[in-house]
Design a protein around this ligand. Structure first.
Ligand SMILES: [Zn+2]
Length: 240
């Protein structure tokens, strides 16, 4: 039908490239909701932003909590169930500090090519561990590595979770504090969801010095620019 030999092969491989590009976007694109409802920013109409932390709690989470408390700022902590089980006091301190707790999986797996059952069990175990230790039942889920997959949508629905990506990410696990502050300060605007990390996946005693330093510098800087810090729920579901 007009496609012969090389033309057909080209068309087929073109479709394969297009579909793998689509899958990559569906899994990692911040605005993609293919594998479950997902949001990546709040309304542009209010000068409000949400600071979020993944991979905690860690031994140094209290330093982040102290830096936030100094300015009376609330944030959202996407905790890993395994870290919560290891450091329940630190996990609880985040909740008791008035911060929102989100679900960041139990053992921080890459969901690509994992079964639906594995994904659902991991999210469910995280949800239960967080509830047991902090008293908070998360309504927001941030996928490890920002990667969603088949099965995430159903797991989210069953657990009452909505996916949250980010507007700007700090790369605080690999850049220095100057670069992280610069990136986030340049990327922020009304409704932004900023992503940092108060742990490093499941590592014990991770070095999060860059993150602590970033919070100490970024929070007063953005307050000076007139931003109000809100939890993800406050940002996305404002009641006032
Ligand atoms: Zn993570």
């Amino acid at each position: 039908m007009g496609l012969a030999g090389g033309g057909l092969i080209q068309a087929v491989s073109g479709a394969a490239v297009a579909s793998s590009a689509f899958l990559a976007w569906a899994a990692r694109g911040r605005s993609a909701s293919v594998f479950g409802r997902s949001v990546w920013r709040g309304p542009r109409s209010r000068r409000a932003i949400a600071l979020t932390f993944d991979d905690g709690p860690s031994e140094r989470t209290p330093e982040i909590l102290e830096a936030l408390a100094r300015h009376g700022v609330r944030a959202t902590f996407f905790q890993c169930g395994a870290n919560v089980g290891r450091l329940p006091a630190e996990a609880r301190a985040a909740a008791e500090g008035g911060h929102e707790i989100g679900n960041h999986s139990y053992c921080h797996p890459l969901f690509c090519f994992r079964s639906r059952r594995f994904i659902e069990e991991d999210l469910s175990r995280a949800q239960q561990t967080i509830l047991d230790h902090t008293g908070a039942r998360p309504v927001w889920f941030r996928a490890p590595f920002g990667v969603r997959w088949f099965g995430v949508a159903r797991a989210q629905r069953r657990l009452g979770l909505t996916g949250v990506m980010w507007t700007a990410i700090g790369y605080d696990w690999k850049l220095g504090a100057d670069a992280v502050v610069e990136r986030l300060a340049a990327g922020v605007s009304n409704g932004s969801i900023l992503c940092l990390h108060d742990g490093r996946e499941l590592r014990v005693r991770p070095d999060i010095g860059v993150t602590v330093e970033t919070v100490r510098r970024l929070v007063p800087m953005l307050l000076d620019r007139g931003y109000r810090f809100e939890t993800v729920s406050q940002l996305l579901c404002p009641t006032t």
